[in-house]
Design a protein around this ligand. Structure first.
Ligand SMILES: [Zn+2]
Length: 148
């Protein structure tokens, strides 16, 4: 059969069939047929998912570059990289952050590097890190004073 490249791309990013069907306006049967045609591992409801953990699913689509940034090859919602695992979907930076810092991020995550779409765990700051940086800035100006 002839397969659509956009369906293939989303299947390879582990996007659930229903979401692909809705997003591309195709039937779930078309998505299933494409899945079969590609010979991708079958996902049985309640059975073993394609990846054993969200971290595995993240690693499968994260491509570390030589410059320290990590390119995302998986699914994005708008510009936000998304990790699909079991029936859950999580923004990739949250998983990357947890892998890098060994703890869950607090509050909103902001990217600290200048590469759009980068998913390097060390290139994100959460509320706790931002607060610590603000304290450091304050200490800096206390030590060196300000021009005014
Ligand atoms: Zn980066």
């Amino acid at each position: 059969m002839k397969v659509r490249a956009d369906i293939v791309e989303l299947l390879r990013a582990d996007v659930p069939h229903l979401r692909i069907a809705r997003q591309l306006g195709v039937s779930r049967e078309t998505v299933r047929a494409t899945h079969r045609a590609l010979g991708l591992p079958v996902r049985v409801r309640g059975g073993r998912p394609a990846h054993t953990s969200p971290e595995d699913a993240y690693r499968a689509h994260a491509e570390p570059g030589t410059d320290g940034h990590v390119r995302w090859t998986g699914y994005t919602d708008g510009s936000l990289p998304i990790v699909f695992h079991s029936s859950q979907h999580t923004p990739a930076p949250r998983i990357a952050f947890r892998l890098h810092h060994g703890r869950a991020p607090e509050g909103r995550l902001t990217r600290t590097c200048d590469m759009p779409g980068c998913v390097a765990g060390g290139h994100y700051a959460d509320q706790r890190i931002r607060a610590a940086n603000r304290r450091a800035d304050k200490a800096f100006s206390t030590i060196f004073g300000s021009a005014s």
